[in-house]
Design a protein around this ligand. Structure first.
Ligand code: ADP
Ligand code: ADP
Length: 226
């Protein structure tokens, strides 16, 4: 089975805007895949549909063989999402934010707490676990979102513009971290509008523009042509 399989995906928003015009896309297990495209191309819409946060208009999406329409809860368990915008409560502690996400995925108490500790440590946030999220720098908030996305140990990690607005030093350390966890077997899909980011990290790339995939290839082939 593929980590992700998308067939004929369409999305028309309530205002009549056609954001996705029939997208086909496949990502193999263990791959590191970039969805590259300009602002407004449909990257966030695609991701939001994969994660069942936005309803599709037509088409099929399978995550590790589970249809998001027929078995949404099963499909969601495979996915960890790092959204573009910070969407946690500013007043909760880091511990609570990650711990609650483990609860949301139904992990039993002991395991939930072990995992919370493991991923706060892994992302270098353990010392700050009692702090409220609002005390964190932007870079730390982003690491917190990654810890939260990993706590149920998903097979597929999806990151929406993970390094937008992030300084160069943090960007490099985040790239290293993503390479490391991909090396441990997690399939990664990220969206970006930086070719450099896609080039530095990813094995496969889909180029999306105006709601259509205009190119889907491996990175080496693409770079030879440029
Ligand atoms: P990207 O992530 O590539 O920047 P998006 O998926 O966010 O693109 O948006 C694709 C297009 O859909 C844009 O033109 C955007 O304005 C439009 N869009 C996004 N969300 C909505 C919405 N809720 N209603 C109407 N149009 C939307
Ligand atoms: P509820 O239906 O209980 O209100 P939500 O769907 O709003 O739950 O999501 C609860 C939390 O889980 C939110 O922080 C949301 O961003 C996050 N979330 C939702 N879907 C996913 C997913 N597929 N992967 C990771 N986090 C998710």
């Amino acid at each position: 089975t593929k980590a992700l399989s998308i067939r004929g995906l369409r999305k028309t928003y309530d205002n009549g805007f056609e954001a996705l015009k029939g997208i086909d896309l496949e990502v193999s297990q263990g791959d590191f895949y970039a969805l590259l495209g300009p602002n407004g191309a449909g990257k966030s819409t695609t991701i939001s549909i994969i994660c069942s946060l936005v309803k599709k208009t037509a088409g099929d999406v399978h995550v590790f063989g589970k249809s998001i329409s027929e078995e949404p809860a099963e499909a969601k368990k495979f996915i960890g999402l790092v959204p573009q915008e910070f969407n946690f409560s500013n007043f909760e502690s880091l511990w609570d934010i990650v711990r609650n996400q483990a609860g949301y995925y139904g992990l039993p108490k002991k395991l939930a707490e072990e995992r919370t500790e493991k991923y706060l440590k892994k992302l270098g946030l353990w010392e700050k676990r009692h702090n409220a999220a609002r005390m964190l720098s932007g870079g730390m908030k982003r690491r917190l979102m990654i810890a939260r996305a990993l706590v149920h140990e998903p097979k597929l990690l999806i990151l929406d513009e993970p390094t937008a607005g992030v300084d160069i030093e943090l960007r490099r350390s985040m790239w290293d971290f993503l390479r490391e966890i991909n090396g441990q077997g997690i399939t990664i899909i990220l969206t970006t509008h930086y070719l450099e980011e896609a080039e530095s990290l990813c094995r496969h790339i889909g180029i999306i523009d105006q709601g259509q995939i205009i190119e889907d290839t491996n990175m080496k082939v693409l770079l030879k042509r440029l």
